[in-house]
Design a protein around this ligand. Structure first.
Ligand SMILES: NC(=O)C1=CN([C@@H]2O[C@H](COP(=O)(O)OP(=O)(O)OC[C@H]3O[C@@H](n4cnc5c(N)ncnc54)[C@H](OP(=O)(O)O)[C@@H]3O)[C@@H](O)[C@H]2O)[C@@H](O)CC1
Ligand SMILES: Nc1ncnc2c1ncn2[C@@H]1O[C@H](COP(=O)(O)OP(=O)(O)O)[C@@H](O)[C@H]1O
Ligand SMILES: [K+]
Length: 460
């Protein structure tokens, strides 16, 4: 599991560790990890040129100490001190190793810029001197120290200017801004340096392949199709028969024991032709309701609610999400649908993904899966998982229908709504990435890639 902690949690863990270690040891660990990450990126030391952008705090201290390590490896290191004060030990170490302190201005060739302006102690936004310094080095690869300076570390929000990194080297644990958009987009690749922090449970996490493999339901030796769980699909309509096909394609991933289609009769023949294993109405352990349901969404959702089993509430059914309040349910809006659900603007949701997913989960007393580049899955108590699998090729019509069916199948097998939503979203993104290896994809390609993906996970 990749865990993201708050600044307060990191500070508390840091204080406990600092009390046990000699002075400066923690920063030396961080700086060494940072320096080796930069050397990796540079592909060597001698003859390379690195510029450090240094703020007034320990983030700048990390950059300066890493600069000293780099200078000892033959890198030409220059630091621009962007505040009236800078970490004294770091400045001395850099000078002692042969690095120099320069003044912001046009530069010759640079191989990497290290952003040590601010880390977890920073307020959002950049000061004008930092913006001016960055303008001199536009186009040079940037390695951010701990966080890209200027982003809001605890929320992943962005207000004002910020650094856009190619690589972010972070210490002890990930921070919320590394996972949640839009800040996550400013991080580039992530690298975690272990500095020995002892941390509590994380409020935000991201499943990794091993976590998904461990959570995936597998049939018991004496399983029959009903013990494995039956998923029912009430989606599609005469106007949108394709939605029925795609949600059934997601549901028929093989994880549940059986798929029932109980939607518009107009779509039934198409569903049966494409998926001969799908059967008609009957008892189920989970429902998937709403995609392409048109004006039948409310009735379909009421019928599902009457069954008392967990429900995936998608697309047209989201307008009636109040019907599932307090019952096991996963709401699966994209940003526009969530905006309607909460009565806010879409741009507000896209500026504050985590806040809005959490608010909707709390207000609807349900798990909310807010779809986007980095999908956020939130529980009513605020705990959240972010999906980091996927590809921009997944932004294709009908992809959400496949996801709804897949999450429904996982619910039917008995996973709780939080696990079903986050595992389903992870699989959906990973299947899309697998399918898109050969170029552009459509939604049915994502469903078609699920068996190969699941095979790699269940045989682990
Ligand atoms: N925690 C850990 O386990 C470890 C932490 N470590 C490292 O320490 C870092 C945290 O260091 P930190 O606490 O000194 O804060 P930091 O981020 O350098 O900046 C704070 C100073 O910047 C200023 N400032 C504020 N906003 C600003 C802005 N927008 N633009 C410009 N300036 C701004 C403000 O000063 P001001 O100028 O306002 O007086 C403030 O005092 C952490 O990210 C990691 O790199 C590792 O070494 C070891 C393990
Ligand atoms: N830029 C992106 N990168 C990765 N995945 C994305 C991106 N944009 C959207 N997605 C994913 O694509 C899917 C689109 O689903 P949705 O918006 O419901 O479309 P539709 O309603 O047409 O099915 C979601 O799973 C979402 O998380
Ligand atoms: K930084």
């Amino acid at each position: 599991m990749l865990r993201a902690h708050t600044v307060e949690q990191v500070r508390t863990a840091e204080a406990a560790l600092l009390a046990r270690l000699p002075e400066g040891a923690l920063m030396q660990r961080a700086a060494a990890g940072l320096a080796y990450a930069v050397l990796d990126l540079l592909g060597g030391g001698y003859g390379r040129r690195v510029l450090l952008l240094v703020g007034s705090g320990d983030n700048g201290g990390d950059a300066l100490h890493a600069g000293a390590v780099l200078a000892r490896r033959g890198v030409q290191v220059e630091a621009w001190l962007l505040s009236s004060s800078a970490h004294e030990g770091g400045v001395a170490a850099l000078r002692g190793a042969g690095g120099r302190i320069g003044t912001p201005g046009p530069t010759g060739r640079l191989d990497v810029v290290v952003d040590g302006i601010v880390g977890i102690g920073g307020r959002p936004g950049l000061r004008p001197d930092a913006v001016a310094a960055l303008a001199h080095v536009a186009g040079v690869p940037v390695v951010a120290v701990d966080t890209p300076s200027g982003v809001d570390v605890d929320t992943g929000e962005i207000s004002g200017s910020h650094v856009t990194a190619d690589l972010t080297v972070t210490f002890g644990t990930h921070k919320v801004c590394h996972l949640v958009d839009p800040a996550a987009q400013a991080c580039g690749a992530l690298q975690l340096v272990d500095i020995g922090l002892d941390l509590p449970e994380a409020p935000v996490e991201a499943l990794q392949a091993a976590d998904v493999a461990a959570l995936l339901p597998r049939p018991a030796a004496d399983a029959h199709k009903y013990t494995r769980g039956v998923v029912g699909v009430r989606s599609g309509s005469a106007a949108y028969p394709g939605a029925a096909l795609l949600s059934v394609a997601g549901a028929a991933c093989g994880l549940a024991g059986m798929v029932r289609y109980d939607g518009d009769p107009a779509a039934l023949d198409l569903v049966r032709a494409a998926h001969p294993e799908v059967v008609g109405p009957g008892r189920v352990q989970a429902w998937v309701v709403g995609s392409g349901s048109d004006d039948g969404a409310e009735d379909a959702l009421r019928a599902a609610v009457a069954d008392g089993v967990p429900i995936v509430v998608d697309a047209d059914a989201l307008a009636f999400a109040r019907l599932t309040r307090g019952r096991p349910a996963v709401l699966t809006p994209h940003a526009g649908e969530l905006a309607r659900l909460l009565g806010v603007e879409r741009a507000d949701v896209e500026a504050r993904w985590l806040e809005h997913a959490r608010r909707a989960a709390r207000e609807h007393d349900a798990v909310v899966l807010l779809k986007g580049r980095h999908t956020v899955v939130a529980r009513p108590d605020g705990r959240a998982r972010v999906t980091t699998t996927g590809t921009p090729w997944l932004a294709t019509a009908g992809a959400g229908d496949v996801l709804g069916g897949l999450v429904g199948a996982l619910l039917a097998t008995g996973l709780d709504p939080f696990d079903a939503a986050s595992v389903g979203s992870w699989l959906h993104g990973a299947a899309a990435t697998l399918a898109a290896q050969d170029g552009p994809i459509v939604a049915s390609d994502v469903a078609a890639a699920l068996p190969d993906l699941l095979a790699t996970l269940t045989t682990r």
